[in-house]
Design a protein around this ligand. Structure first.
Ligand SMILES: Nc1ncnc2c1ncn2[C@@H]1O[C@H](COP(=O)(O)OP(=O)(O)OP(=O)(O)O)[C@@H](O)[C@H]1O
Length: 263
């Protein structure tokens, strides 16, 4: 017998993992200079990293410098290959794909927001926004584009080039660019690292509302407990291993959890 799924208006629907990893390990280099960035050494007793990121939720990844946050994100996003273990994006196992298949998957199903905005300086905001979809041979849905542009407060900036925009405006273009193809997951790597606190709060609020209002899945690496408090859940890493979680985080709860790691 199937059980009806009840959703309450205004609340997120029940979730399953949009992206997950099992037994994930990453080692850089070989021999004596090898760095076991994630999950320890292959063959060690300790298991690799098992972690899932719920669909329609905002998750932050935190931990001390060198704990493996970027490595985890890069492996989850198919930007780096795993040394062992598996990564799935929905039902697709990334770790079994060839490079060309991974490139296609990243283009079609993953959105990225980086600390450095990564906008092309010769293109207008509008051209930057639509470039990834054009490269993928897709046409953005006009109503959806209008909605994203309006929500991100970019309507009167679309004809501007990046150097004519503030850092906060540039990052909002980068967020809109990531949201436009309706990706399975948006990965954000220190998205507020180059912004002042007000512009940072705007960008985080936009990521938050994309999760709440459109069910977008967001996974964000950050050092900032205030930024992490915008998330539904914080996953903590230490020395390349999972080291705990904070649900419904406040900045203070995150600071306490990081202190517990010695971070
Ligand atoms: N390409 C690489 N080659 C060799 N070692 C690497 C490489 N990338 C990362 N590492 C090492 O792997 C470990 C984890 O790095 P990673 O960048 O994932 O940590 P992080 O938690 O994101 O750090 P930070 O907060 O400082 O950005 C570190 O010891 C780092 O020096």
């Amino acid at each position: 017998m199937s059980v009806p799924v009840m959703t309450v208006p205004g609340e997120a629907p029940p979730t399953t993992a949009a992206v997950r990893a099992a037994g994930l390990r990453k080692t850089y280099g070989k021999g004596e200079t090898a760095v076991h960035a994630l999950g320890g050494r292959v063959g060690d007793d300790a298991a690799g990293v098992d972690v899932g990121f719920d669909r329609g939720r905002f998750t932050a990844i935190m931990g001390p410098s060198g704990s493996g946050k970027s490595t985890l994100m890069h492996c989850l996003a198919g930007l780096d290959t795993a040394s062992a273990g598996q990564v799935w994006l929905g039902d697709t196992e990334l770790t079994s794909l060839r490079d060309d298949q991974l490139t296609k998957l990243r283009r079609e199903r993953i959105g990225f927001v980086f600390q450095a905005f990564n906008l092309l300086p010769v293109l207008t905001a509008a051209e930057n926004l639509t470039l990834p979809m054009q490269l993928a041979g897709r046409r953005p849905d006009q109503a959806w584009m209008d909605d994203v542009v309006a929500r991100l407060g970019l309507r009167d900036r679309l004809g501007h080039r990046p150097y004519e925009l503030s850092g906060g405006q540039q990052q909002r273009v980068a967020v809109a660019r990531a949201l436009l193809p309706r990706p399975d997951v948006v990965f954000a790597d220190e998205p507020t690292g180059n912004l002042d606190s007000r512009a940072g709060a705007e960008v985080l609020g936009l990521l938050r509302s994309s999760v709440r209002e459109t069910g977008q899945t967001v996974v964000m690496v950050t050092h900032d407990p205030v930024a992490a408090a915008y998330a539904d859940r914080v996953v903590l890493l230490a020395d390349g291993h999972l080291a705990g979680e904070v649900h419904h985080p406040t900045a203070d709860a995150v600071i306490d959890a990081l202190r517990g790691l010695g971070g």
